[in-house]
Design a protein around this ligand. Sequence first.
Ligand SMILES: Nc1nc2c(ncn2[C@@H]2O[C@H](COP(=O)(O)OP(=O)(O)OP(=O)(O)O)[C@@H](O)[C@H]2O)c(=O)[nH]1
Ligand SMILES: [Mg+2]
Length: 184
Amino acid sequence: MGDYTVFMAGMKGVGKTSLSVQLAQNRVVSDGEVHEANTFTRRVIVGSEEHTVSVTDPGPEEDAKKLSTSMRFCRGFMLVFSYKSRASFDCLTQFRSIALDAKGVSSAPFVLVATHSDVKSGRQVTPEDGRALASSFGCPFLEVCSMNYDDVENCFVELVKEIMAKEAASPPLSMKKKKDCCVQ
Ligand SMILES: Nc1nc2c(ncn2[C@@H]2O[C@H](COP(=O)(O)OP(=O)(O)OP(=O)(O)O)[C@@H](O)[C@H]2O)c(=O)[nH]1
Ligand SMILES: [Mg+2]
C-alpha cells in the first residue's frame, strides 16, 4: 500500500475542488460553498492493491510562487481544464512548467483532465485538442463530469498508475539514495 500525494493544477473555476470533493466525499460541491486551499484523502484500488491518494487542492488565487511551494512535495499532477474555456486549456503548458521547475526535473507523472464533459454546447476546446496536448506532454487524457464518481475516481487511479510507472522507470532521488546506500 502506498501514499500518493497529488496536486490539482488549473485555472480558476475549471473544477479542481469539484473533482477533489467528489473523490473524497462522494458528493457534488454546492453553489456558494467556500473553497479555500485544502487537502483531501481517499483510498483507491489500483490493480489488486489499496492505496491512499492525498489530493492538494489550491485556493482560487494562488500565485506561481505559492503553487510552486505546494507542488514541490507532490508525486503527480492533474492538469485540469474545462471544455467551456479555451484560456483554461491554453494555460496548462505553463502549469506543467511550474510543476517541473518546482521539482527540478524534466519529466514527472501527469494526467490531463477535461471537465464539463456533460456540457455539449458552447465548447471552446475539442476532445481532439485534449488528445493532442496530452500526446505532446506524453501523458494520458481523460474526460470527466465532476458529478460522476466513477469518472472522477478513474482520473485519480490513472494518475496513481502514471506515478507507479514513472517511479518504477526512474526512482526519485530520495528512493535511489536509500537503495544505493550500504554500510561498509
Ligand atoms: N456541469 C458541470 N459543472 C461542473 C463540472 N465540474 C465543475 N463544475 C462546476 O464548475 C464550477 C467551478 O467548480 P470548482 O470545483 O469550484 O472549480 P475550481 O477549479 O476549484 O475553482 P477555484 O477553486 O475557484 O479555482 C462549480 O459551479 C461546479 O459545480 C462538470 O464536470 N460539469
Ligand atoms: Mg477550488
